[in-house]
Design a binder for this molecule. Structure first.
Ligand code: PEP
Length: 250
């Protein structure tokens, strides 16, 4: 089964609006729309609307870095799925390790955000991954499998079809220490196997699984050569047009 690769840039808390606009203009100039890859950028909330305007008519899609599960109400500082759609988002990142580490994200809140995103028609990019101690103590699959089982709890087969999962070993994020293609492939294959068990082989075969963690233009090819690696979620190297284009055109 051929799965269309998906390369997403997670800009985290970086760039003012003018800087973000310059970056997407650089990306637009470097892409001619014939790349057989879905290209996604996830600016800060503050830049979503202006970036949506710059992206209009281009092949690049917009993602938010988080959302709240309620539709509206007294939730100071939060944004709903409808608000993200309203400003032009197609995707939303859910459960990034920085949200788990610094903002109290749990598998239960990932599950709520995931259901809200799916109900509204956003495509979720659900992040999972182990920390270094968990890998060292041989618990990588327990942790990642658990995050998927709990994160996807109650998600229907027709909704599961829309998901993107990002395997991001926490020890590889922002550290320059990329997982080897074999390490990535091992977990990606296990994730696909679990999704087959939870749903069916057809859903598993169609599921796009990104790898994230220090992906750069010079290491992306080896990762993408693996049969179960369907793209990348990119932090640092997505902040410069040249390096993100190098990844998109792997
Ligand atoms: C990320 O934050 O999702 C990420 C993978 O970051 P980096 O590429 O900088 O490791």
């Amino acid at each position: 089964m051929t799965r269309r690769p998906i390369m997403a840039g997670n800009w985290k808390m970086n760039m003012l609006v003018a800087e973000a606009e310059a970056l997407v203009n650089g990306l637009k100039a470097g892409l001619d729309g014939t790349e057989e890859v879905d290209v996604v950028v996830a600016p800060t909330y503050a830049s979503l609307y202006p970036i949506a305007k710059v992206l209009s008519g281009s092949s690049i899609d917009l993602a938010a870095q988080n959302l709240h599960w309620e539709a509206s109400g007294a939730y100071t500082g939060e944004l709903s799925a409808a608000m993200l759609l309203d400003v032009g988002c197609k995707y939303v990142i859910i459960g990034h390790s920085e949200r788990r580490q610094f903002f109290g994200e749990t598998d239960e809140t990932v599950n709520k955000r995931l259901k809200a995103a799916l109900a509204a028609g956003l495509i979720p990019i659900v992040c999972v991954g182990e920390v270094l101690e968990e890998r060292k103590s041989g618990r990588t699959w327990d942790v990642v499998g658990g995050q998927i089982r709990e994160g996807l709890d109650g998600v229907s087969r027709s909704d599961a079809e829309k998901l993107v999962i990002a395997y991001e070993p926490v020890w590889a994020i922002g550290t320059g220490e990329v997982a080897t293609p074999d390490q990535a492939q091992e977990i990606h294959a296990q994730i696909r196997g679990l999704v087959a068990e939870l749903y069916d082989q057809g859903i598993a075969d169609g599921l796009r699984i990104q790898y994230g963690g220090s992906v750069k233009p010079d290491n992306v090819r080896g990762l993408m050569d693996k049969p179960d690696v369907d793209g990348a979620l990119v932090g640092g190297a997505s902040l410069k047009a040249e390096s993100f284009l190098g990844i998109v055109k792997f």
